[in-house]
Design a protein around this ligand. Structure first.
Ligand code: DCP
Ligand code: MG
Length: 414
């Protein structure tokens, strides 16, 4: 592999192995996890939808429903014309309609992200159902397909939902690869196949090309990524400014962006699942106190103060309950995290519990050293506090935190 036109010292993108994971019809798959009778059936999940009503918009549809022309962002009324409710038309083609239950989907997403953090040191969570992993140190090109299969299998087995995976030397190509053979896709594009893989891809699917730019490119006779790669970069720059140069580079599979975790979490949390529902409140409480200590420790290491302390309790079948208490001002107080968590948990003393979590949120960040004056010594090793990864690899719940960075929709308390 040659270094192309890169500056000396710039990272060689062909040295990296980037994996992109995107869950298949994610909300619908979550509904199937909760309700296995929906497997293999057309499923439509509606935002603002209520049982028996025609209001709302399609958040997602299972692939069986997509085959009938139902798609994301469509009005539920349109979807119902294409695929009536099962109960209304038991004989013809029909679908199961369900309202969005974001708490539950975020819970499943947190399980997925935990697995991803276990599989890679560097994970960039992009949305509730999508992430990039830098797996350069975990695999090699000749066994990358096996690694990707392992990723899919672990997600399926441990989180109970299907994913599509793409592997490529850069983020942009990895994303196109994960989308290339959906659902249940597994596409590996080694460095020497990037150009030929990208060439026939529709120009609208190139990273950074939205519908408007796609139309403009088509007007210029550019239909595919290959056309874009062959286009005169100066003509693209003239038309689109510096962005034109980026597009040209992306079409060639030249995307040097490193996989970087999103920083500045809105909250910090830890959670753990029991093997099965636990009715013994003392056991649940003990687990929550351990999690409280872990969260408080984590906040301290990040020099974070918190104003809100919360718990999450998942009860059968998969009901996600969250409770939180806000404090008068920001604190760094591990004993208080324990006390508040135990107190909030008391409401669930008679419940059987699948999973428990503790969260601190409403974070503010103290200025570096100041927060250390309280006597934290060398046990907070500098490499732990300065590295962006900062142990996130094993923290289940930072997964959801980073998801929250993307939008209000996923900014729930857990
Ligand atoms: N979503 C939404 N409204 C949209 C698009 C998506 O509410 N207009 C939600 C529902 C999706 C989830 O986000 O399940 C993930 O979005 P994706 O674009 O990844 O779509 P899916 O995962 O549903 O399907 P695919 O298999 O194409 O990834
Ligand atoms: Mg998806």
């Amino acid at each position: 592999m040659t270094a192309g036109g890169r500056l000396p010292g710039a990272p060689d993108p062909t040295e990296r192995i980037v994996l992109h994971v995107d869950m298949d019809c994610f909300y619908a798959s979550c509904e199937r996890k909760r309700e296995p009778a929906l497997r293999g059936e057309p499923v439509v999940v509606g935002m603002g939808y209520e049982a028996g009503e025609t209001v709302g918009a399609v958040a997602t549809a299972s692939y069986e429903a997509r085959a009938h022309g139902v798609e994301s962002a469509q009005a539920i009324s349109t979807a119902l014309e294409r695929l009536p409710r099962r109960a209304d038309d038991p004989d013809g083609p029909s679908a199961h309609y369900r309202p969005v239950d974001l708490d539950y989907y975020e819970d499943v997403a947190a399980d997925v992200k935990t697995i991803l953090h276990d599989l890679a040191d560097t994970v960039r969570e992009v949305s509730i159902d999508e992430a990039y992993l830098d797996v350069t140190d975990r695999t090699a090109w000749d066994v990358a397909a096996g690694f990707a299969r392992h990723v899919k299998q672990r997600i399926a087995r441990e989180a109970g939902v299907p994913a599509s995976v793409g592997v490529a030397p850069d983020m942009s190509t990895a994303k196109i690869a994960s989308d290339h053979d959906k659902p249940d896709g597994l596409v590996v594009v080694p460095p020497d196949e990037v150009e030929s893989f990208l060439a026939p891809i529709d120009v609208a699917d190139v990273h950074g090309v939205g519908p408007v730019r796609a139309r403009e490119l088509r007007e210029m006779g550019i239909e595919t990524a290959g056309d874009l790669a062959d286009a005169d970069p100066y003509a693209l720059i003239e038309r689109f400014g510096e962005r034109g140069r980026d597009l040209h580079e992306r079409a060639l599979g030249r995307d040097d962006r490193p996989v970087e975790p999103r920083d500045d979490p809105k909250s910090l949390s830890r959670e753990s699942a029991f093997d099965g529902p636990v009715g013994d409140h003392e056991r649940v409480r003990e687990q929550a106190l351990t999690l409280a200590d872990a969260v408080a420790d984590r906040a301290r290491r990040k020099d974070a103060l918190y104003r809100t302390i919360g718990v999450k309790v998942v009860t059968p079948p998969y009901d996600v309950n969250t409770r939180a208490r806000s404090l008068p001002g920001p604190v760094d107080d591990p004993a208080l995290v324990r006390d508040v968590a135990a107190d909030l948990l008391a409401e669930f003393a008679d419940a059987s519990v699948r999973k428990v979590g503790v969260r601190v949120s409403n974070l503010s960040f103290a200025a570096g050293e100041q927060a250390r004056l309280g006597g934290f010594g060398d046990e907070h090793a500098p490499e732990e506090t300065s590295a962006t990864a900062d142990g996130e690899a094993v923290d289940a719940t930072d997964a959801t935190d980073a998801t929250s960075g993307d939008g209000q929709a996923s900014l729930g308390d857990f």
